[in-house]
Design a protein around this ligand. Structure first.
Ligand SMILES: Nc1ncnc2c1ncn2[C@@H]1O[C@H](COP(=O)(O)OP(=O)(O)OP(=O)(O)O)[C@@H](O)[C@H]1O
Ligand SMILES: [Mg+2]
Length: 324
């Protein structure tokens, strides 16, 4: 049986929230927005701040910003950017035999401007090869959920792929499929597209490479996760090419922001199983009267703490890492 930590004053078990307070004090840094004077900021995304170090390299800083319904929320989730970066780095390492990735392996501390506390940036940043993004979102799905489930209900197919009749919500697909989507501009929503449309956008050769790499990475990761009691329902990857046209996987990889992880023990067909992604925050927001346009409502402390705990649990279960 798991040992409970007791409150020394009351002898009652400590609440998760108190434990997280201690954890936060001791460890994770909080960063809503990076500020690195002297470095050239070229993009502030929903989560990442991207700096150009030179013509070939980027410094990518994952902040603690959280977006839901494509709107950035006002409250940061302490340590989230660190946890996302550690999960991505873990998977980039594990899948390097399948596909080259954007990591250079260079040390972040070496490029930070003088006077910047490297402890704030080291665990949440990487130095990456500067690539030309492939303008589609590369999604692999093993299960029918989210926009995939919605499209299937409407059309019986998904991204032009005919699927068997009578599939249910969260049902396992006969085999994993590639379901690309558009890369929408800020504030817009991505839309599922067919493989034909991908070919029309980036050419047949690159489209085939992206599809094959996406499915290979998904299959590998799904097997790996299954051994640890987790189902990866779907995942979204981003790719880029270098000056020679070589394809790399970039951005983030198999994090709770880009993927749906379900604990296998809680998986049921016919419902949306609980996951390590942002469903938790979305569920809270759904209880409010909010039109899903910026500005987003503030989150109660308990939702922030529970969300941070979800990310920490994902990092531990996936990569076996506890941030200290
Ligand atoms: N190695 C790389 N070379 C060039 N661009 C990259 C590289 N890695 C990541 N990017 C880009 O950096 C940005 C990171 O920002 P962020 O992750 O916050 O995403 P975003 O633009 O808000 O979109 P989304 O929420 O869909 O991921 C993305 O535009 C991504 O395509
Ligand atoms: Mg992104």
């Amino acid at each position: 049986m798991a040992r409970l930590l007791l409150n020394p004053f009351t002898d009652r078990p400590l609440q998760l929230r108190f434990l997280l307070c201690f954890r936060d004090l001791a460890v994770s840094t909080v960063l809503s927005q990076s500020n690195l004077p002297g470095l050239k900021l070229i993009h502030r995304g929903k989560v990442r701040d991207v700096y150009a170090l030179n013509a070939d390299e980027l410094l990518i800083v994952a902040s603690d910003r959280l977006s839901a319904f494509d709107v950035v929320l006002p409250d940061p989730i302490p340590g989230k950017g660190e946890m996302l970066t550690q999960i991505s780095n873990f998977w980039f390492g594990k899948t390097a035999h399948l596909m080259p990735n954007h990591l250079t392996g260079k040390r972040v501390a070496d490029v930070l401007p003088a006077g910047i506390d490297s402890a704030i940036y080291e665990k949440r940043s990487v130095i990456a090869k500067r690539l030309t993004p492939v303008p589609v979102e590369a999604i692999a799905r093993g299960y029918l959920i989210g926009s995939g489930w919605k499209d299937y209900q409407r059309t019986g197919s998904l991204c032009g792929i005919e699927l068997p009749a009578n599939l249910r919500q969260a049902g396992k697909l006969p085999e994993p499929i590639f379901t690309p989507s558009t890369k929408a501009a800020a504030g817009q929503h991505d839309e599922n597209i067919s493989f034909k449309q991908v070919v029309a956008t980036i050419g047949g050769d690159l489209a085939e490479q992206v599809r094959a790499a996406t499915l290979a990475i998904y299959a590998f990761a799904a097997d790996y996760a299954a051994e640890r009691g987790l189902i990866i329902a779907d995942t979204k990857l981003e790719f880029g090419t270098d000056a020679d046209g070589t394809l790399f996987v970039m951005d983030e990889m198999l994090t709770p922001d880009s993927s749906r992880f379900w604990p296998a023990t809680e998986y049921r067909v016919g419902i949306s199983p609980p996951s390590y992604d942002k469903q938790f925050v979305r569920d809270y927001l759904e209880t409010l009267v909010w039109n899903k346009q910026a500005p987003a409502p503030v989150l109660p402390r308990s939702v922030i703490d529970d969300t941070a705990a979800k990310y920490a649990e994902a990092l531990k279960r996936i990569a076996g890492i506890v941030l200290d």
